[in-house]
Write a protein that binds this ligand. Sequence first.
Ligand SMILES: Nc1ncnc2c1ncn2[C@@H]1O[C@H](COP(=O)(O)OP(=O)(O)O)[C@@H](O)[C@H]1O
Ligand SMILES: [Mg+2]
Length: 223
Amino acid sequence: MQRLGFVAHELRNALHTAAISFQAIRSGRIPVQGTTGDVVERSHLRLRAMVDGLLTQVRLGAALRGRQERLSIASLVQESIAFATADAAEKKIQLLTEVDPSLQVEGDRNLLVSALTNLLQNAVKFTGRGGSVDIRSTRNGDGRVLVEIEDGCGGLPAGAAERMFGPFVQVGNDRSGLGLGLTIAQQVVDAHGGTIQVRDLPGRGCVFTVAIPAVQAAEDLAG
Ligand SMILES: Nc1ncnc2c1ncn2[C@@H]1O[C@H](COP(=O)(O)OP(=O)(O)O)[C@@H](O)[C@H]1O
Ligand SMILES: [Mg+2]
C-alpha cells in the first residue's frame, strides 16, 4: 500500500509537470520545440514507464495463479532487443547476441519479456556512447538457463550490487528513471523459480545474470 502511494505520487508529479509545461506552451510565448517541449515529452515517457511498470505488477499477480507456456529463450531475447534497439542506435551502441537456439523455459511470455527488456534498457542507458552490450545465453550444469547481459557502464559504485534491486533505489548519476525496473525484473524472475545477480567488472561495466530452470526441448527428449 505504501508503494502504491509512492507510485501515485510520482504519477501525479509527472502529470503536473506535463500539464504546467503544456499551459506555458499554449500561452503562445514559448515554442514547443524548446526545452519546455522537451519537459512535456520526458514527462510523458516517464508516465508511460510507470504505467508499464504497474501493468507488469498486475500481470505478475495473475501469473502467480499460473499461466505458463513453453518459451524459447531466443525468441524472448529477440523480442526484448526490439524494445532497446532505438535507444541503442541513438547512442551508437552495438547489441551483440550469442544465444543457443535450443534453450527453453516455461513461464509467462509478457512477464519474461518485460524482465529482460528492463535489463537491456538499463544496459543501454548506462553504457557510454559508442560502447557495446553483450547478450549471451547458455545452459549451466544444474539444468538452468542463464541469460547474461554485459554492459559498458564503467563499473558499479561500492556496495551498489547489494542495493540496486530495491524499489526506488538508484545508485548512479543518471536519475532519469524511477528505480523500479530491477525490482520488477527480480519479482518476475523470482515468480519463475529463478534468480538475478549482478557482477561488477571494475572500471569496465557489469554483468546481470538471470538463471531460470530449463525445460527439455521435445526433440531432446525424443533423442
Ligand atoms: N546495467 C546497469 N549498469 C549500471 N547501473 C545499473 C544498471 N542497471 C541498473 N543500474 C543502477 O541501478 C539503478 C536501478 O535500476 P532500475 O531499477 O532499472 O531503475 P532506473 O533504470 O529507473 O533508474 C539505476 O538507477 C542504476 O543506478
Ligand atoms: Mg531501469
